[in-house]
Ligand binder design. Sequence first.
Ligand code: SF4
Length: 749
Amino acid sequence: MAWKTSAKIKSPKRTRRDLWVGFKPYGIGETKPNHYKEMLKTLWENRDNLPYAWRILHRGVCDGCALGVAGFHDWTLSGVHLCTTRLNLLRTNTMGALDPDRLADVAPLRALRNKELRDLGRLAHPMVRRRGEAGFTRVSWDEALDLVADRLRATTPDRFAVYLTARGLTNETYYVAQKFTRFLGSNNIDNAARVCHAPSTTTLKQTIGVAATTCSYTDVINSDLVVLFGANVANGQPVFMKYLYLARKRGAKVAVVNPLREPGLDRYWVPSNVESAMFGTHMTDEFFAVHTGGDLAFVNGVLKVMLAAGSIDRAFVDDHTTGFSELVAALDAQTFADLERQSGATHADMERFAQMYVTANSAVLVWSMGITQHEHGADNVAAIVNLGLARGNVGRPGAGLMPIRGHSGVQGGAEMGAYATAFPGGVDVNAVNAAALAEQYGFPVGDRSGITAAEMVEAGGRGELDVLYSSGGNFLEVLPDPAAVEAALARVPLRVHQDIVMSSQMLVDPGDVVVLLPAATRYEQRDGGTETTTERRIAFSPEIAGPRPGEVRSEWEIFVDLARRVAPERAHLCTFASGQAIRDEIGRVVPTYAGVELLATTGDAIQWGGTRLCEGGVFPTPDGRARFLAVAPSDAHVPEGSFVLSTRRGKQFNTMVHADRDPLTGATRDALFMAPPDIAALGCRDGDRVRVRSVDGELFARIHESPLRPGNVQVFFPEGNVLLRAGRRDAASGVPDYNAIVTVEAAPR
Ligand code: SF4
């Protein structure tokens, strides 16, 4: 079971001089992350707790992205798996307790940035702030939980909602939180997967019958072609660059479809590989610059090229799919002229991509939030799935569909049922499935979907929620239009913020009362916990001995305790004595997770569904076939002189900003990424201060000249959220649209 017994891929000894950037040991002098400096910084930051920090790194499953690693080793490669994202997050696990007196007055805290709030220390004691009070007062766990339980008893299930972050939480926490919510009669539970990969979940379920990556990382390494759509893995999943490097060494080609030629995807120095560290590696063969949101039109253009050339895999399409003729009819109605305008790419680009794609015997199609965080996110994903199915790139070695996950809890959170639109196992919410779950749980389960993340905040703003319970996360920074979010949060009578550190949303004035509950980290969680990685691997992270700040509690224990206080007469239906008991139940209730109950030590993991899903073109759909979806792009309607703006990440982990300067691009947090022709047309220069306006807001920024498709600009998330429209989201999946139409004008220096 453990990684120690798995066959892992070794780096080929043969060098590939044709991939070298040049003799620049460790990319010296280049704009790139300095991994050794980051290691020293991590040592310094954690100097007061080094033995514990080491044990976390040595034994824990990384709480960063969802690539997945246990200790220093993963299940794919021989050698060390470590990145600066994990090192940057380490301090949140090792820091000491926050002095509760610091919260006595929230006014000065409001001036602090989130990083400064985090640096105050671990939230270590239950705290309460009532309306009209300047700040928080320390209370006992009993007082805090009785207060919450009283309010939960007094409300109705439709006026109560639970939201969980996707960082650091374990499957055990997600599972118990969703059971607790349903135990109270509500399906209003959602997690951060809603704001990133919900379109992937929705569309994959609809097309191939299963909402997960179909292949393994080994397929990436053994593929002929890896395509990255709207994914900057150099930033989001740094060790994936090592997988790409190995794929390159074995002869794979890499194509990137993105508005910006990301420097980290262009040239990269893999620190743990001598050849790459010394000479750098050209990581991408071909970049295809598309407009923001132009991917769907680009892919449809590629499919039209393939149709015209007769390079569709007809045997696979005929034997294993449905809906192809409808797709062809839809593509016939789309002209190349339209698709060129909508995509921002040329017909020649589409032909060049098609040539790469059809000459590859296998391809893995990888995508991320550049695809999903759009008003038409689910359609964007459908286009990529169509492309994969058209060449049978599913369910065979070296081929697959991979919605790459940026947070360690995103895959498991939804699969555990902490999701407004799914029961445990990703099962649809309907009367039949509700009855089946009710039978297992011994209490009634609602048969209608709950409200999603953004809908919870909107419901709060309309006065339709009495209790909003959030475990981690920060709506104030995650959702578009922070002013609207703040007003909405301030209207909710009871907000519960269960977390490991302070965040700005905790400081929003109480509608009536705000309760802070100090949570344990995944490494402190009693009896350990599991996480599910992008490649569907359920990995065990043990409880790690070390200091425990103040009165922190495992999150699943808090939900169990609350269930007992809200409904003592039937609390036995929602109780767990141990982490093992939770895993035992998960193994029974979620058939794909059977075996999770056997995981017990670092390195233990099972990959649900096996190495590949849909092997042999057999899909878990009612007819066993995959389904093409006929999707059509639309025009962005950008007025003359305006730009399409999208939000991007820098040196940060979701809203947790780690540095003011992004080492991959050299951009500071106030950067407006802009193409040279657009800068010239404005009469501006690199570094000039500008005002960026949308109909919803404005911000001041500094031009950062970038290799971007002209007509598009980018700013960092969450700073750019002030420009975004609240309530605009993908109808199919509920993901907010993180893009806007903006104007840019010179501003006084
Ligand atoms: S690539 Fe992801 S899983 Fe691996 S160490 Fe970095 S943050 Fe953790």
